[in-house]
Design a protein. Structure first.
Length: 165
């Protein structure tokens, strides 16, 4: 089935593109969600207008989200977790826990679906990408450390205060 995309669809294409998709995907998801239209000759005449409108909307959204992207780009999040002798976690660090940590640390609301990562099951440093828009995908660092140790992402600016008597 050929469809004309009305909005940007992640891993499929940008608004105004004509794409060949599986019948069920088009019929059950893209068309009911108003992300695409069936690629008829009448709809294809509107493709250029859809592309122009979408590019202006995309530029506006990228400008708005640019500040958020610069805020979270390079951010380091620390997670304490119980782990075995080999460094394998007893649980896992999921996209949901990263979204909650972003909300508390940077005050940024991100849905778990916008976070590109597999569940983390080992100690160490890991990378995750946050899909704010199709063009803005900042990268964050996730540090998983053993429970009871000091957080390596915490600021070391706190200097010990010496008591003088």
């Amino acid at each position: 089935m050929k469809v004309l995309l009305l909005k940007d669809v992640y891993k499929l294409g940008r608004a105004g593109d004509v794409k060949k998709v599986a019948d069920g995907f088009g019929r059950n998801y893209l068309i009911p969600q108003r992300l695409a239209l069936l690629a008829t000759p009448g709809a294809l005449k509107q493709a250029e207008k859809i592309k122009a409108d979408a590019s202006t909307e995309r530029a506006k959204l990228n400008h708005e989200m640019g500040a958020v992207a610069s805020l979270i780009s390079g951010l380091a999040l620390g997670f304490a977790a119980k782990a075995g002798e080999t460094g394998k976690l007893y649980g896992s660090v999921t996209a949901e826990s990263v979204a909650v940590a972003l909300k508390t640390k940077a005050n940024v609301d991100v849905k778990r679906q916008q976070i590109d990562m597999q569940p983390i099951r080992n100690l160490g440093e890991h990378k995750a990408h946050i899909r704010l828009t199709m063009d803005l995908i900042p990268e964050i660092k996730i540090v998983v450390y053993r429970e009871g140790e000091n957080d390596p992402t915490a600021k070391a600016a706190e200097s010990p205060v010496s008591e003088q008597a």
